[in-house]
Design a binder for this molecule. Structure first.
Ligand code: ATP
Ligand code: MG
Length: 200
């Protein structure tokens, strides 16, 4: 049975933290591949503060080309209307019923997932691979894991990875201030950002 990880996000821009967690997932869970699936720009944010879908997608493609087990997916970008993770997983499950699905997320999402649209469906249809973030301790991550397992019969695995203090928000504001972000994004993404004048 094929084991596929999903790395969802705004990727505005994709950064080294995203790549590191996908690599950890590939190795520690023996996934066949990880799909990088950018989320759509919410309708109320079009034309304003979020980078275009096309630019975000192209940056993801630049960033992941080094690893043959990383794959770009436009599964959410190509859908119409609002796209929810629960719906995405249900559609994927229908299309490929023989696959085992894993959803990779950082600590902020892990503690927020109950507020997402139909969390019980997300947790039924996928195994969550969670990575700590923002100084969350191992103990806090373990407690949340136990809580979700108990409440939803969720399948959860914590990935072990040194915490990476990187966020797209910080990258955007650093670039706007003219600061260097070379240590936070792959070189190909840095080149793309420069060439397209993003985040200035
Ligand atoms: P933003 O600051 O714009 O929210 P972000 O860095 O959080 O950007 P997202 O695209 O929002 O990136 O995140 C996609 C997924 O990756 C989320 O589940 C998030 O928790 C996770 N993630 C992002 N950066 C890290 C990191 N440094 N460590 C662990 N998880 C991360
Ligand atoms: Mg985020």
């Amino acid at each position: 049975m094929e084991r596929i990880g999903i790395m969802g996000g705004t990727f505005d821009p994709i950064h080294s933290g995203h790549l590191a967690m996908a690599e950890a997932a590939l190795e520690q869970v023996e996934l066949d591949k990880v799909l990088f699936m950018p989320s759509k720009t919410p309708p109320h944010k079009r034309h304003s503060d979020v980078t275009g879908e096309r630019e975000r997608a192209e940056m993801v493609q630049c960033a992941i080309s080094y690893n043959p087990r990383f794959e770009f997916s436009d599964f959410e970008l190509k859908r119409y209307g609002l796209t929810y993770t629960a719906d995405t997983l249900a559609l994927l499950q229908q299309q490929k019923p023989d696959c085992v699905w894993y959803f990779i997320m950082g600590g902020d999402s892990f503690f927020h997932v109950e507020k997402w649209y139909h969390p019980e469906e997300i947790l039924r249809l996928s195994t969550i691979l969670a990575v700590s973030r923002d100084g969350l301790s191992q103990e806090e991550m373990e407690r949340q894991k136990a809580f979700l397992e108990e409440k939803y019969q969720a399948k959860i695995q914590l990935l072990s990875m040194p915490q990476m203090d990187i966020s797209s928000t910080e990258i955007r504001s650093k670039i706007a201030l003219g600061d260097e972000v070379c240590d936070m994004v792959p070189e190909s993404v840095m080149t793309y950002i420069d060439e397209h004048g993003l985040y200035r």
